[in-house]
Design a protein around this ligand. Sequence first.
Ligand SMILES: *Cc1c(COP(=O)(O)O)cnc(C)c1O
Length: 450
Amino acid sequence: MIVSEKIKALLETVAYLKEVAETKPVFLTNDAKPNFKEAMLKTKFTKYDIDEAEKRLSRFAPFIMAAFPETIEANGLIESKLSSIDELKDDLESYYQTEISGKLWLKRDDLLPIAGTIKARGAIYEVLKHAESLALDKGMLSSIEEDYVVFASQAFKDFFSNYRIVVGTTGNLGISVGVMGAKLGFEVTVHMSVEAKEWKKNLLRSRGVTVIEHETNFTLAVQMGRSQSLQDEQSYFVDDEFSEELFLGYTVAGSRLKEQLSQLDIQVDEEHPLFVYLPCGIGGSPGGITFGLKQVYGDHVHCFFAEPTQMPSMLIGLMTKEYDQVSIDDFNIDGSLTNMDGLAVPRTSGFVAKLMHNFFDGGYTVSEKDNFTFLRTLVDKKDIALEPAAVVGVTGPARLFSSAQGQAYIKAKGLEEKMKQANHISWATGGSMVPEADRQAFYEAINQYV
Ligand SMILES: *Cc1c(COP(=O)(O)O)cnc(C)c1O
């Protein structure tokens, strides 16, 4: 493919863009980012929106417990634990030839109930919000004060069976939307891009979801879904590229993590910085979680998104300030080479990227080889089996300390003396639902790269 004049000009003027286009691993900081207070003045979203999302999820807790008994223990909350992964420090230090200060943690969204990935936060929220609106509009529900356990009744199932939900996905968004949508009684159609794994399609079909397979990438699968849904008045499209509901569903993780950290006696303040490393596909989940975390910790939390070297769509969108006006294809990056299917998004969300330019502290890319190395280390050291997309956050602390920009960031923020008291959370975004055979293949995959 020919590189256009516009792309050529960008490659010449934007620092590090050539390295990114050549799929070299980079760790870059967002030096133009304003402080938290200023950033909040530049967005229409507020703490109020997050509170509303939290309240909506608590209204649905009785239904969630009735429909998914595995959530009873957590009172209908879809939440995950934190695991210490300090045992990985030596491996990270020797692999990246660096020294890491602070404690290492893994946020176990691979264990989230109902759908087993981070998508269970945003997607389930959006489906529930849609169900609530329909039920209120059509008089099934008289007010939001009612006991939402009625959503588990046959009458509600019959009601929702008149409506359809459509989504385009590389797989995991489809599972969250599909499982929750089908449970409520909706007819759900999932448009899957070429990366989608066979077992994800089978799982959805077993829940009564219609799966349409496309030979095209994520961006095109989303377009197909969107146009199908638009032709049908009773249909609702969960739009990964533009959805504000998905984004808000993710934000509630902020206050929940705060509670979790205080229960573990982990401080986050001026003297105790918190670093968070979030796998990034279209940007909704790392964006929403970062936005939620900044509300509770302000500038004391430092949030970095992580992408495959073969799929750096958020990074090029932010670096060039072209957001969704550029895709990895414009730079001749071969996205088919990544095994991190959950992150296989060639063009970022314009909505999320523009918003997050003021909140993300930086981003980095991870090679397939590095990623599979630490996928295996996590199994060997901690018996934790993640899907490839979920591992990119794990190398974050080593990349912060081993890169020139990471070191400069620590210095510029005056954190050199405080890093001993720092905590690093790598967000593990999926893995528990992966079938054993696929798990084994992921574990062996590193052999192709050495
Ligand atoms: C979707 C997904 C992500 C990234 O979320 P986005 O909202 O697409 O950025 C990360 N990890 C896994 C396992 C996913 O499925």
